[in-house]
Design a protein around this ligand. Sequence first.
Ligand code: ATP
Length: 466
Amino acid sequence: MADQKLMEKIVSLCKRRGIIFPSSEIYGGFANSYTYGPLGSEIKKNIKDLWWQRFVRNREDMVGIDGPILLHPKTWEASGHVAGFNDQLVDCKNCRARLRADHLVESALNIDCEGLSDADVTKLITENDIQCPKCGKKEFTEVRKFNLMFSTEMAKAETPSNSHLSGGGNIAYLRPETAQAIFLEYKNVVDSTRVKLPFGIGQIGKAFRNEITPGNFIFRVIEFEQMEIEYFIYEKDWKELFEKWFDEMKKWCTDIGLPTENCHPYEHPKEKLSHYSKRTVDIEFDFPFGKKELYGLAYRTDFDLSQHEKFSGQKLRWRDEGGEPFIPHVLEPTFGVDRSVLATICAAYTEEKLEDGSERVVLRMKPVIAPVKVAVFPLMKKDGMQEKAHEILKQLQIFGAVEYDDGGAIGKRYRRHDEIGTPVCVTVDYDTLQDDTVTIRDRDTMKQERVKISALAQVLSERYFS
Ligand code: ATP
């Protein structure tokens, strides 16, 4: 069930506390573009660092790359994006709302438009008197295909020597997925490292899609980040490795704090698979606006490398000692960064009624994801306490971003840090100056405890950061 109120509260908290801002606000805003604020950029970085550590550094069968956003234009012909990365678009003639035609038909008639031509969908809309969801009128343009890739013009025009490759003009595309940059470097990675089949190449980076109906906060945006793996395998192993990767993805969800009961596998029906895929299973998450795709795992067969061989004329093969060269097959686990941030915030957001009748909002985030690891407060803005608090803060920077806060009543400071998910707060008071102890206060239980400063880092490390 969609919970619009909850979503509004989350969006408002994100703005108020510097997690995510609507971008370009001083110019009146720019639709569906967002800035990760001081705290949001920490959450995002924590997720990306954790992913890189887990899937690239901690695995002997993985390496990483960092490829460009602008790739050779032929890439997108080979991958099928120029011909097929389209949505069906329709405009309302009255209010000019721009809509996904297939979504319009699906919600009005409960008919799946997969495989229907533009003319067929136009017919369905007119013959069934479908109304515009924005203004209620029934006048639409014809349905037409809209390519989701952003194109841009290069200053440098093609040269005679490369014109046979780029197909004319000086148009380049902003990559709509990070995956293709990996396929383009398959050969370089094989030639320059000691990888052995099966192995994977991971990458984190921006992708751009000219979405017709972006929305639901950072769920569907036009500029986003992906964490993707292309895992090269022997064809015979695909079924077994598919299951293994799906388990890895489920474990990742648990480790970033997403409850198992809110994560659901969705098997794409055969007739709806993308042109490159033989099997795709998504992990859907219960967002406040409904159950939606969070991540995906696809078996891309040898489609991409074969296509790039064809279009580039270069051999992209693997050869075992004494064997014949062949094109490896590929499994692709893909993770949206922005959807990960949103899912972790939604899963962590909790409203609690306290014994004294008051309420508090807590982001019950895993410490590894929390934007501020520890907050340190001097009880009063008094001699010695502030200096001591700064001194302790320095020692605790080993855990990541830490924050000093001496503004307002101590209770208010706790509440602020509950709202942004700080796992533990440390308070310096009068006793600290006498006996070198501080109070630590746990976000989830609100329990307080006295700890020696000399043992503080050790205690916090064991309880929150190990
Ligand atoms: P959807 O069906 O929601 O459009 P998709 O199936 O097209 O997504 P993929 O092409 O599989 O998505 O992209 C891989 C991942 O990238 C998705 O699982 C998602 O986490 C993320 N992603 C895709 N499109 C967007 C977007 N417009 N905004 C934010 N994240 C996105």
